[in-house]
Ligand binder design. Structure first.
Ligand code: PLP
Length: 389
């Protein structure tokens, strides 16, 4: 199987570990073990009790029950606990897709949601989120794309990288249309609880038996490095995913399961702290955008902790982001990682002081480049006039 490079991951490898300031990531600030143990009252003895046995293929029962209670319909038989939602995406695409299947995918899009389908030689059909339309998902356009040949629809709301979302009524309409043609619906809800002016959306697998809902502790819960995610799906689908898991990761570590279960049981505690800060940071970012309207335009995100801004007058955004990383110690993700090269992804889920300093460094580079550019234009004009006198 040939698969396109995950450019976003290439970028992260280059700058995530080396940058002093991260205003590019898509999650909130991660918790330390000590913060987590304090917040969740997780005792050292509970960790000491872990025996490194094999674990059940779908995850230990307590964890599955906790996930089902917290985000599902209470039925643990519909839960598969995984190494982040990345693993679920891999299992789903490999077990449900074949060559020439039609798959509707958002554009722009988190790479795994598109590239795995493309690697399976599926026909990928783009459902565009357009900056000019405020990244609003156009349901009429969606209805024109879906046909009886559609095998799978892959949606992600709130959306990475744009922060766009959908209303519950639109979600319902979308599910009905997918059900009409009997396609699978892969609903990536990585950012479901990170919302600012609305309630989290309902979990679609409770509404449609071919819906598969993905979740993760990596984004809103500040536990990216725990590598804990899940999906909700009909048990017969989970069986097919496990068949693939038998050739990859087999099961989760019992240590991860103990910590993840406690985090899931008290997920709201973790979320509240980080969501409060993200809300403040979003206002701060909005103020910065307004002050820099000659350089930057945006669509205010409805959810998640990323904005997909458009840089005006920057001829090469990827080069600009490289210079930010190499020369100014700031990680911002260029839109080229999402095949939208005039944009950049700014993450606002981290510490406020980091956001403030990061944006100040971005301002500095934008202004310096603009001064240099206008000096160059002036010089060229002078030369032109001198030559024609
Ligand atoms: C939309 C979306 N889905 C899934 C993932 C995978 O996250 P994880 O494997 O950490 O759960 C990401 C990570 O950025 C994402 O943005």
């Amino acid at each position: 199987m040939q698969i396109t490079r995950a450019y976003l991951e290439d970028w992260m490898r280059q700058y995530y570990f080396s940058s002093e300031i991260d205003i590019g990531s898509s999650g909130v600030e991660n918790f330390s073990m000590s913060e987590l143990r304090q917040l969740l009252d997780l005792k050292q003895e509970e960790l000491d009790e872990v025996v490194f046995n094999d674990s059940p293929s779908c995850g230990v029962q307590g964890l599955r029950e906790a996930i089902a209670r917290q985000w599902g319909d209470g039925n643990p038989e519909k839960v598969l606990a995984t190494h982040g939602s990345s693993e679920v995406i891999f299992l789903i695409m490999n077990s449900l897709l074949s060559e020439d299947d039609e798959v509707i995918v958002l554009d722009p899009c988190y790479h795994a949601l598109r590239n795995l389908a493309a690697a399976k030689k599926c026909k990928v059909v783009d459902w565009h989120l357009r900056f000019e339309q405020k990244f609003a998902p156009d349901l009429d356009e969606f209805k024109s794309l879906i046909t009886p040949q559609t095998r799978m629809v892959v949606a992600n709301f709130p959306h990475n990288p744009t922060g766009a979302s959908i209303t519950a009524a639109q979600q319902q309409e979308l599910i009905e249309r997918v059900a009409d043609v009997g396609a699978y619906l892969v609903w990536d809800s990585a950012f479901n609880e990170l919302v600012y002016d609305s309630q989290p959306l309902p979990e679609p697998s409770t509404l449609y038996h071919r819906a598969i809902t993905l979740g993760t502790l990596s984004k809103g819960y500040g536990l990216a490095g725990l590598r804990a995610g899940w999906c909700f799906a009909a048990p017969e689908l989970l069986e097919r995913f496990v068949h693939w898991r038998d050739y990859t990761t087999l099961y989760l570590s019992p240590l991860v399961e103990v910590v993840a279960q406690r985090a899931v049981e008290q997920a709201d505690k973790l979320l509240d702290i980080r969501l409060k800060r993200a809300r403040q940071n979003l206002d701060l970012l909005a103020g910065w955008i307004e002050e820099h309207s000659e350089f930057v335009e945006w669509v205010r995100p409805q959810g998640g902790v990323t904005a997909f801004v458009r840089l005006k007058g920057v001829p090469d955004v990827e080069d600009f982001c490289h210079r930010l990383g190499r020369e100014h110690g700031v990680m911002v993700v260029p839109g080229s990682c999402f095949e939208h090269p005039s944009h950049a992804r700014i993450g606002f889920g981290g510490p406020t002081s980091e956001l403030v300093e990061g944006l100040a460094r971005v301002s500095h580079l934008l202004k310096n480049d603009a001064i240099r550019q206008s000096a160059y234009i002036r010089q060229s004009l002078h030369k032109h006039v001198a030559q024609n006198v």
